[in-house]
Write a protein that binds this ligand. Sequence first.
Ligand code: HEC
Length: 135
Amino acid sequence: MLREKQSVEISVDKEFARPKIIVQQFIVVAAAIALSLFLLFLGFYLNRVSDPYIQQVLSLKGDRIKGHAIFEINCSGCHNRQSTPNVGPNLQNLATRKSKVKIIDQVISGKTPPMPKFHPKPQEMADLLSYLEEF
Ligand code: HEC
């Protein structure tokens, strides 16, 4: 009689324990996925930031006037200050939306067609950057 009661208690305990284990496993798997995604993005970011070209551009002092000239020749066909529809978006207040690294990446990567992939020399890119930052 006593034994029976015990076994009933034990089996009730297990019933409660199972969903708990599933929840714990789920949390572990979710945490592992979140961590690997984080590391992946961190890897991409560090890879971009440590890119020697980007490092060189960031170390140079840009000339706004030259940057303006480079912009007029290469970019103004698609980008302008007006809100009239154009091929590319209005770049006003760009610096508040995008970091320097992101802006450089946008210009040299060619990842958003129809915007072409540009190959400015580091000094030219630094000039362009200083112009775009106060666009
Ligand atoms: C052939 C047209 C074209 C030319 C030329 C061009 N772009 Fe673009 N640009 C685009 C388009 C289209 C986008 C939007 C891409 C997207 O997000 O899908 C864009 C996006 C951008 C962005 C991101 C804007 C944002 O709000 O996030 C920046 C910065 C930019 N261009 C800078 C430049 C610079 C600097 C030049 C010159 C060196 C240039 N572009 C030349 C078409 C062009």
